[in-house]
Design a protein around this ligand. Structure first.
Ligand SMILES: Cc1cc2nc3c(=O)[nH]c(=O)nc-3n(C[C@H](O)[C@H](O)[C@H](O)COP(=O)(O)OP(=O)(O)OC[C@H]3O[C@@H](n4cnc5c(N)ncnc54)[C@H](O)[C@@H]3O)c2cc1C
Length: 334
């Protein structure tokens, strides 16, 4: 039995096209066999990239469902930077403004839930949610981001995004000139130290175990008075996420104000790879210039496809994906 809204929409549909507000969606509103609602596009992930994709699709009169678990990767950082018009705003506020602006598009709906499975169907895809609900969509967008894998160092997680940072372009300006540690090893440690030397001269590299930095790189670091500390770290002493000192095994405590660290990551959502989407050697979902993966009808945007990890880039990619899918659907229905 359809619910009241579905019943009204089915009735309207049967009235041979009278008073139909969104003509482009009518083919996809309902699966006529099962009477189940079919979205033009289901977006999994409702942070910056997903919301921006939803805006482009909503403005193209596409019927969209955004499914989100509300766990963006930057949620621990107090302020987001380097996004014109939003510099210094909180990550939560930026999303809130996006959600509010999307409320003016009646074709865009939201669901707080977790997508756990996707299956190919005759007309598109079925997404299964943690709540048990199953939703149909013609196209899928994964704007699911990545999940940082934080090292098991006492205090690291509490400081992540506040005083243990991933990117100087996002947060370097606020901590310029401060007493800074680079927590990395090998080539990555050298490259990160070289980069961060733009923002501060007070630099020390912590390899947290035996150094694998090449002798050539050691010489270059030493020439800039950048010391390398190999003693394993036992703890980051901090106050509400703001680091005060690094405690080494053996008990030595070194005062410090900020750490940069390159941590490994994994895809936040495994559904794209379960569907057969190719993942490249760096761990990102592979897409073409229209943001489509190798599985027709499945698209991806944001952090899950690129190492250019910024809010502005996630927004830009979301817009491009929404426009690309809209054009595809419009041409398929013409
Ligand atoms: C600590 C930190 C600080 C940062 N600071 C800045 C900064 O100052 N400036 C800047 O420009 N960039 C910053 N970034 C980078 C920026 O946060 C990312 O580039 C941006 O969040 C990427 O947006 P996204 O939409 O691709 O992914 P995310 O923002 O990570 O969002 C992914 C969304 O998908 C949802 N999701 C995942 N799987 C599922 C599923 N199965 N079902 C439903 N929902 C799902 C998640 O809950 C989440 O809401 C920072 C990153 C980090 C880690």
């Amino acid at each position: 039995m359809p619910d009241r809204r579905e019943f009204i929409e089915v009735s309207i549909k049967s009235l041979t096209g009278l008073l139909l507000p969104f003509p482009t969606q009518l083919n996809s509103n309902f699966n006529t066999m099962t009477k189940r609602k079919v979205y033009d596009v289901i977006i999994v992930g409702g942070s910056y990239s997903g919301l921006s994709s939803a805006m482009a699709l909503g403005r193209a009169l596409m019927r969209v469902l955004v499914i989100d678990t509300g766990l963006p990767c930057n949620r621990t950082t107090p302020h987001s930077h380097n996004f014109l018009t939003q510099d210094g705003n909180t990550p939560q506020n930026i999303s809130k403004i996006g959600r509010e602006q999307l409320n003016s598009y009646p074709t865009v709906e939201f669901m707080n839930d977790k997508a756990i499975k996707a299956t190919k169907t005759v007309h598109g895809f079925e997404i299964e949610l943690e709540s048990g609900e199953k939703i149909l969509g013609v196209k899928l967008v994964f704007a699911t981001g990545i999940r940082d894998i934080l090292p098991e160092i006492d205090g690291f997680k509490a400081c992540w995004g506040k005083s243990v940072l991933h990117c100087p372009f996002c947060h370097g300006y606020e901590v310029k000139g401060q007493n800074t540690g680079i927590l990395a090893n090998g080539q990555a440690a050298f490259e990160l130290a070289m980069l961060i030397s733009n923002w501060t001269e007070k630099l020390t590299v912590y390899t947290n175990g035996q150094s694998t930095i090449s002798s050539e790189h050691k010489k270059r670091l030493s020439a800039r008075s950048i010391d390398i500390v190999e003693t394993p770290i036992s703890k980051l002493e901090h106050q509400e996420g703001y680091i005060k000192s690094i405690e080494l095994e053996g008990g030595e405590s070194i005062p410090i104000e900020v750490i940069y660290s390159k941590v490994p990551f994994e895809q936040h959502c495994t559904i794209p790879s379960e569907l057969g989407c190719s993942i490249n050697a760096d761990g990102y979902i592979q897409i073409d210039e229209s943001h489509e993966t190798n599985i027709p009808g499945v698209y991806a945007c944001g952090d899950n496809v690129t190492r250019m990890r910024t809010v502005s880039n996630a927004v830009s990619m979301g817009t491009a994906t929404g426009i690309s899918i809209s054009k595809k659907i419009i041409s398929e229905r013409f």
